[in-house]
Design a protein around this ligand. Structure first.
Ligand code: BDR
Ligand code: CA
Length: 303
């Protein structure tokens, strides 16, 4: 697996879970929740925290067409607010995430690409090297849904770079989408944040600090939720623990031009004959208790 991320609180959980349960062969970073210097620094820190020396390459500083827009209102100025973070010990291996993605997909058949931020790096790689579409096992992404968070129609990762998302949804290979519908079921509730704090060692309490910041911030925007969705980990678990999910195969396209709907994932769930062929596995339900237990297991392993 290569994790393409923009940490971000929930990306930081996804990194730990991928380090524990996946054969993680690299991490790439993209501008998203915060500008690229922050997201890359945060990824460097988390890889240190789990003692990982996998290659780390930073990538796109901005979306393909859309202006750079971030989510520092929810993740804080540095993208990972709420905890005292150590200085990272390692630099990024390069600033050429796209070249790294292409080289890895060409040299190793059957990789999963797991993008959990805006899809800029993945789209650039698919555009520059369309042959990699046939070499990978698939793309499991966090993004989209039947409703939005950044706008009524659009979820942040898709909204931030709709043109890139449109390229990825049309790439033609196996695609798994963990959208808001499923991600909102896996929440860091106050009780779960407490249970992270009780994990012996340093990592659990540090993540509890992160989520003690993230939870009230998220609640300001989504007062209907009791906890902070741990969005990005769903895209990792879809690969490592697919039995946790219920999904269906659907035809999904990304709206790039709509005045009010840019960044929307349009999922054709009409119960009709004559629908276009499915291009995407849409995850609808997750066993959130079992998933949270795996998160605790991963945090415990690296604590
Ligand atoms: C997505 O946007 C980001 O803020 C999160 O890290 C997640 O990838 C949720 O809409
Ligand atoms: Ca993210």
């Amino acid at each position: 697996m290569i994790l393409d991320c923009d940490p971000g609180h929930d990306d930081a959980v996804a990194l730990v879970v991928a380090s524990r349960f996946a054969d993680l062969v690299g991490v790439t970073t993209v501008a998203g929740n915060a500008p690229l210097t922050h997201t890359t620094r945060n990824a460097r820190i988390v890889l240190d925290l789990v003692g990982s020396d996998v290659p780390l390459h930073s990538g796109a500083q901005r979306p393909l067409v859309a202006p750079p827009r971030h989510a520092q209102n929810v993740h804080g100025e540095n993208g990972l607010a709420g905890a005292m973070l150590p200085e990272p010990s390692r630099p990024a291996d390069s600033q050429d995430a796209v070249g790294f993605l292409i080289d890895m997909c060409r040299s190793t058949e059957g990789l999963w690409l797991v993008p959990i931020g805006p899809l800029t790096n993945i789209a650039l790689a698919l555009r520059a090297a369309p042959d990699i579409a046939d070499r990978i096992a698939g793309i499991s992404l966090m993004g989209g849904g039947t409703f939005g968070n950044r706008t009524p129609a659009a979820e942040f990762n898709i909204w931030a770079d709709p043109e890139a998302a449109a390229i990825v949804f049309a790439y033609g290979g196996k695609l798994v989408m963990s959208g808001l519908d499923v991600c909102h079921q896996l929440q860091a509730t106050p009780e779960r944040v407490d249970s992270m704090r009780r994990i012996p060692g340093t990592l659990g309490p540090l993540y509890a600090d992160l989520f003690a910041y993230f939870l009230p911030t998220i609640e300001k925007f989504m007062p209907d939720l009791r906890g902070a969705p741990m969005f990005d980990v769903c895209a990792v678990l879809s690969v490592t623990h697919p039995a946790l999910f219920e999904g269906s195969d659907e035809h999904v396209v990304v709206e790039t031009a709509g005045e009010h709907t840019a960044g929307m994932t349009l999922i054709d769930i009409r119960p009709r004959l004559g629908r276009p062929d499915p291009n995407c596995r849409v995850q609808w339900k997750i066993d959130h208790e079992a998933s949270f237990a795996l998160i605790v297991e991963a945090l415990t392993a690296f604590s």
